[in-house]
Design a protein around this ligand. Structure first.
Ligand code: MN
Length: 305
């Protein structure tokens, strides 16, 4: 039997960041998810929801791109520090942070703030993504920082990602799972092989089923002092979630995505949640924004029966 869904105080935070990747439009992701009816849907589930608006970023046209190996990194770090303050405030007031992206580089500030809020203790992380996001400046073929946030959180390139606003590492390898991956760069592969990360690739999900992979991930999360769930919408197959900047065929299906959220909820593992990379310019009639709303609702207690 699943436990009754506890009512939560939920703080919705829009992270309208688009500096971490090359395609415009992902800064409108928070609006697309709100437009999909997020807040009333969460209220209908019994949650006490406060929409804290967006943490806005300066227009990319006014900013210095910096080094090509990590484009806009300085601006992304400053932005992350503002997001980190929001996370600390949420944790202090016992609100569940629900962060709407924005590109995935916003995870640097989210995880940094959560680690700081929990006394600098590295946490547990479930990273649902088509990609590894384990590049560091110098290994990334594109120089786009949205391919680096998991590496940053694990403390792999401290000289680039150090800040007074957070500790490093923010999360620990043995409590971190990467799920749904189907596109890795060579440097990411060798990094994974020499790490304690649990990486459930799409072939592994095909062979063992999402349920078993997720049970293993949840067991690791259960040993961590705090837990964050990071949902990159490109983990879902692009036929279902077309509105993402870097789609990769062969992703998890509609029901698998919901099953993951339902299992995490039932295990009491949603300490904080971010849903990233929704790009309404690339979307089809907000299908991806609407999917994000449905998945968030499943993660926060919505059930069919
Ligand atoms: Mn990602």
């Amino acid at each position: 039997m699943r436990p009754e869904s506890p009512r939560r105080r939920v703080a919705v935070i829009g992270a309208a960041l688009d500096l971490g990747q090359g395609r415009r439009g992902v800064d409108m992701g928070p609006s697309a998810i709100r437009y999909g009816g997020l807040v009333p849907r969460l209220e209908a589930l019994g949650h006490d929801v406060r929409d804290r608006g967006n943490v806005v970023v300066e227009g990319v046209e006014t900013l210095d791109v910096g080094q090509p190996e990590a484009r806009y990194l300085t601006s992304i770090m400053r932005y992350g520090e503002r997001l980190a303050d929001e996370m600390v405030r949420c944790v202090a007031s016992d609100e569940l942070p629900l962060v709407l992206g924005g590109d995935h580089s916003l995870a640097i500030g989210v995880l940094g703030g959560l680690a700081r809020a929990h006394g600098d203790a590295p946490g547990g992380l479930l990273w649902l993504d088509a990609h590894g996001d384990l590049n560091v400046p110098g290994t990334s073929p594109s120089g786009n920082v949205h391919g680096m946030p998991l590496a940053a959180a694990l403390g792999y390139a401290p000289d680039h990602f150090r800040s007074d606003a957070w500790p490093l590492p923010m999360v620990s390898e043995r409590h971190t799972t990467l799920l749904g991956v189907r596109s890795l760069d060579p440097s990411e592969r060798s990094l994974i092989r020499s790490s304690e990360l649990y990486v459930a690739t799409m072939p592994e999900i095909d062979r063992h089923g999402l349920e078993r992979c997720l049970e293993r991930a949840i067991a690791r999360l259960g040993e961590a002092p705090w837990v964050h769930v990071s949902l990159d919408l490109d983990v879902v197959d692009p036929r279902i979630a077309p509105g993402v900047g870097t789609p990769v065929p062969g992703g998890i299906g509609f029901r698998e995505a919901h099953l993951a959220m339902e299992m995490l909820h039932d295990a009491g593992m949603i300490g904080s949640l971010q849903v990233v990379e929704a790009n309404p310019i690339l979307d089809e009639r907000n299908a991806t924004g609407a999917l994000a709303v449905e998945l968030i609702c499943s993660a926060l207690g919505q059930r069919i029966l």
